[in-house]
Design a protein. Structure first.
Length: 299
């Protein structure tokens, strides 16, 4: 089967514009002619490339794959010119990653590390609320979503979550203070605490643990953002209940110290994707790398 590259260019223009009217004006053709050409291409490929929502044209899964190839095809002309001028370019794969707003930045970097600096991979990272990110997965606008909270999944959900890491939770404090020789109950009862917000899974598990231990504690600060918790811990305002990965750099430099593991507490990290007929090879590489990382000790 020979693809008509004029049809492909029309598809390419609509995909980037997201709107038939703008694409038709850009190509100087009528909307009806443009729509007909795209339908012909869809018939050739055997897949719908767009779905309409209001006035917007949204790519289907097959549409996203077609766009990646169309981008490559139409960049070849530019690469040809660049090569003849002595400045050749390269075709790149792309991956779009969503991350829950309160997710540790250090964990995100660890997950993305296998492709960081790879000139053949175009990486786009977005932060947002989990429900918004899940919509991105459903509409193929995101390839994978990272979260530390397993969302509710009903029978209409097209996504699935894969456990990729399990981190212990520790009691973290600034260096240079006299904490040596004290037990975990003594440390949390004699020092103010910096805690994740009450709706987080870590906080709920910690509160349940404290209740079972029958220990009196004093919470001085709580926050729902891991980056803020990291800064608060560095300030020395109290002892923090955190996954060590959140303050990995400070622990390595000696600015902070890990005083004790919090009994039975841990934080799980998930990669959320959806079943695709055309899996993204970069996502596969990232997830396999995360799963193959050295396992964390369990408490």
């Amino acid at each position: 089967m020979q693809i008509n590259y004029k049809h492909l260019r029309y598809f390419w223009a609509v995909a980037h514009e997201g709107n038939l009217t703008r694409a038709a004006a850009r190509l100087n053709v009528s909307q009806s002619a443009l729509s007909t050409q795209i339908q012909t291409l869809e018939h050739q490929l055997g897949h719908d490339l767009f779905e309409r929502r209001g006035r917007k044209m949204h790519l289907t899964e097959a549409g996203h794959i077609a766009l990646e190839h169309a981008d490559a095809v139409f960049s070849l002309g530019e690469e040809l010119v660049a090569s003849l001028r002595g400045t050749p370019g390269k075709q790149r794969l792309s991956v779009r990653v969503g991350a829950n707003l309160n997710l540790s930045r250090n964990f995100q970097l660890s997950f993305l590390e296998p492709v960081l600096g790879d000139p053949d991979v175009h990486l786009a990272v977005y932060s947002g609320r989990l429900q918004e990110l899940l919509i991105g997965i459903e509409t193929h606008d995101l390839d994978v979503v990272l979260t530390n909270r397993l969302p509710h999944r009903d029978t209409n959900s097209n996504w699935f979550a894969k456990l990729i890491d399990d981190q212990p939770i520790s009691l973290i404090g600034t260096s240079g203070k006299a904490y040596a020789g004290k037990s975990f109950p003594e440390l949390i009862s004699q020092n103010p605490l910096i805690l994740p917000a009450s709706e987080s899974s870590i906080r709920k598990d910690f509160d349940a643990l404290i209740e079972s231990m029958d220990v009196m504690t004093s919470t001085v600060i709580e926050a729902d953002d891991m980056a803020m918790l990291r800064l608060l811990t560095r300030s020395g305002a109290g002892l923090a209940i955190l996954p060590p990965i959140v303050v990995r750099d400070e622990l390595a430099s000696g600015e902070l110290q890990e005083l004790a593991a919090v009994p039975t507490l841990h934080e799980r990290f998930y990669a959320i994707t959806r079943t695709r007929r055309f899996p993204n090879p970069v996502v596969k590489k990232l997830i396999e790398s995360a799963e193959g990382a050295e396992p964390k000790p369990q408490q």
